[in-house]
Design a binder for this molecule. Structure first.
Ligand SMILES: O=c1[nH]cnc2c1ncn2[C@@H]1O[C@H](CO)[C@@H](O)[C@H]1O
Length: 395
């Protein structure tokens, strides 16, 4: 993650010279990212390159690196031309995820990726992380794949290793996510798996979510049979639904915010449409269901251009519970969470935002986390010490 965002600016000019569409030499029927283009293959072709990487010459290695920079982020100097519509932005966004999947699920890379990710967040003063994880399985070069439990143990072991080197880091918990382009039975299977994993790894599995573009995927209501499974079998699975990430007022998708609340969601991802639904807005406030606000993501994916007009400005002035999140910082060319905090503070909060706003937002991240009340208290104690030092050092 750090690599991509730190080096991107430096190499951007040179990368423009690199031809865009090239056939992959490893599979001439497809285009691929390292050779310079998007593939339609589901898994991406990156794994093929690892097989030959050691023997490639220096120039090829450099080109590989530059191609990765160019193709694996949405960063562009002229977003209005590159992404004229929401469709264009989402199209490229999803393709990048497909390609990244082939890269980061190669088992040794995956372990390093998790560690480097934690390092980058820690450098940005993040003490605790709740991360949505997808369904891709880790693989080895001989073609074998690892099961979900293997990935969960990697997350757990790598986080423990990180904590032993950084004792003030509290830890990370995972939200199982499944793409909303799948069918009801596949989502039901994923819910079943999330229930099993939560039973086996209660310390790190926080719950379940549906991801992907709401405007083109299945609504929460569409998946109602799958999502009812936990209550049918009388078990508990927390939901952290993406809901209302749309500006299509009055559609089924727009009503996802209501259905998320009816399914007792613990937080609402984005909740951009929440202000259009007074009842949902009130329910979410009184139940303490925080909105995960991702300002940079909303801007890049073209839900809002001027952040002063972001619906969250209404939520903030109403004292609605809000947590700030970064969504997919690598893809947006940012790192950590500070960029999003800046946007919330300066853009959405406007002139009435002050030190108290930052304090409230930072504490919300702990208050509305999936940590137990006891762990939240412990985390708040550590956080308060850091906050007092920050204020003292800067006053
Ligand atoms: O802001 C978002 N809204 C909806 N889906 C998202 C967002 N960010 C990422 N993903 C989804 O997560 C998957 C990778 O795990 C991607 O396929 C993308 O659809």
């Amino acid at each position: 993650m750090t690599l991509i965002s730190e080096f991107y600016g430096q190499f951007y000019g040179f990368m423009e010279l690199w031809p865009v569409r090239r056939k992959c030499k490893h599979d001439p029927d497809l285009f691929c990212y390292i050779c310079g283009c998007f593939t339609t293959s589901k898994q991406g072709l990156l794994y093929k390159h690892f097989q030959n990487y050691q023997t490639e010459n220096r120039l090829i290695k450099q080109i590989t690196f530059l191609s990765l920079m160019r193709n694996l982020t949405l960063f562009t100097e002229d977003p209005e031309t590159s992404y004229p519509t929401q469709d264009a932005a989402w199209d490229r966004f999803e393709k990048i995820f497909m390609a990244l999947s082939g890269l980061i699920t190669y088992a040794p890379v995956f372990k390093d990726y998790v560690y480097q990710g934690l390092k980058e967040l820690y450098k940005d003063n993040i003490m605790y992380l709740e991360l949505r994880v997808g369904q891709s399985k880790a693989y080895e070069l001989d073609g074998t794949t690892h099961d979900r439990a293997w990935s969960l143990e990697v997350y757990r072991n790598i986080t423990e290793q990180f904590r032993s080197n950084h004792p003030d880091f509290i830890g990370s918990r995972l939200i199982f996510s499944v793409h909303r382009s799948l069918g009801v039975s596949q989502v039901k299977q994923a819910v079943q798996e999330a229930i099993e994993m939560q039973r086996k790894y209660p310390d790190i599995v926080a719950g379940f979510d549906l991801v992907g573009r709401e405007d083109t995927g299945g609504s929460i209501w569409y998946f109602r049979d799958a999502l009812s499974l936990p209550s049918e079998i009388k078990t508990q699975l927390s939901f952290f639904f993406h809901a209302g990430e749309t500006d299509l007022d009055g559609t089924d998708v727009d009503r996802n915010v209501l259905d998320a609340l009816l399914f007792n969601t613990s937080r609402i991802g984005h909740g951009f449409a929440l202000v259009h639904h007074p009842l949902a807005k009130q329910l979410s406030k009184t139940r303490g269901v925080a909105v995960e606000l991702c300002p940079i993501s909303n801007q890049v994916l073209k839900l809002v251009s001027d952040l002063r007009n972001h619906p969250a400005a209404v939520l903030m002035s109403d004292g609605h519970p809000i947590v700030v999140s970064s969504d997919d910082p690598t893809l947006f060319g940012t790192t950590g969470l500070s960029y999003d905090f800046y946007q919330v503070f300066v853009g959405i909060g406007g002139l009435s935002a002050n030190l108290g706003t930052l304090k409230e937002l930072a504490m919300n991240s702990i208050r509305y986390s999936s940590l137990s009340p006891q762990l939240q208290d412990e985390a708040l104690t550590v956080w308060k010490e850091k906050w007092n030092k920050f204020v003292a050092d800067n006053s």
